[in-house]
Design a binder for this molecule. Sequence first.
Ligand code: FO1
Length: 315
Amino acid sequence: MKPASFPVVALAGGVGGAKLAEGLAQVIQPEDLTIIVNTGDDFEHLGLTICPDLDTVCYTLAGLANPATGWGRASETWQALETIGELGGPTWFRLGDRDLGLHLERTRRKRQGQPLSQITAHLCRAWNIGAAVLPMSDDSVPTWVYTTEGELPFQEYFVRRQCRPQVTGFRFGNVEQAHPAPGVVEALQRAKLVVICPSNPWVSIDPILAVPGIRETLPSACAVAVSPIIGGKAVKGPAAKMYAELGIQPSALAVAHHYGDLLAGFIVDKVDAEQAGEIQTSGRHVLVTDTLMTTAQDRARLAKEVIAFGSSFSR
Ligand code: FO1
C-alpha cells in the first residue's frame, strides 16, 4: 500500500542544499518533493546562461555531480577551457566539457523563448529526476555583494575573488519586479513541511525569500531549517566569514536569529548542543543531531530525522 502523501518543500542553494535535497529524495515519494532553488548566483559567461545552484542540485539528484567539488560533473574533462585559455579568454570560472553541453543547450532553449522553469523541468525528465526542481523565479534576480572594495556581481566575488573582499551587505537585483516561478507558490501552499537546507542564509536562502510572494506564502508553522554553521564554522563556503564581517558572531544561534519568526523548528549539530536552550527560548522546537553529510547514508539519515522532527509539529 502506498504511504499517505506528505508534501515536502525544500529551499536550497548549492552544495550543502543539494546534499540534503538528495537525502530527502532518497526517503520521500518523488511526487511529494519540491525543491525551490536559488538563482541569484546565475550569470552570463562566455555568452552562455549559467545557473550554478540549479545545476548543482540537478547533477546531485541525477547522480552526476563531481564528488570532490560538489559542483560541476563527475568524470569531467577540460579541453574547451584549455582552448579558451590558449586564446586568451577567461578561465577563472571553470566550465568542464560535459557541463558546457548543458549550458549550450539551456542557452539555445532560452533564446527560443523557453522560461528557465520549463528548461529545468525538461532536463529533470531527461535525467530521471523524480522530484520537482523549481528555480525560485523565471525572472533574473542577480545577487550583488557590497564589499569594502565596491559592489561585485556574485560570481566575481565568490569565484574570481575567492570571497576575499570584506562584505558589507547584499542586493538582489530587480527582485521587486520578480515573480515566483510557476509551481512555487502552489508547492508552498500544499506543503506539510518546509525544509530550509543547510545553505548560506545570506546569498542562497535570502534571495529565494526575497522574491515577492515566497516569504508571505511560506507556512512558518511547519518550517524548519538545518544550520549550515557547525561549531562556529561553515561546512563549506563563506557563510561564517560573512556573519563575522557583518559584525555577527557566526554560530547556529546566529542562523536561528537570522530566520527569526519564519521557522517553527531548528536543527543544530551535536557540537552546538549547548545553544539549543537559547534557540528554544523563542518557542522554537530544536533537534540536536549529527548534521554533517559525508556519505549518501548520512544524507538519508539526516533527511529522515528532519522529516520525523518536522512531522511532530507540522500541520
Ligand atoms: N566554484 C568555484 O569555486 N570555482 C569554479 O571555477 C566554479 C565553476 C563552476 C562551474 C559550474 C557550476 O555549476 C558551478 C561552479 N562553481 C565554481 C560553483 C559555484 O559558482 C558556487 O558554488 C555557487 O554559485 C554558490 O553556491
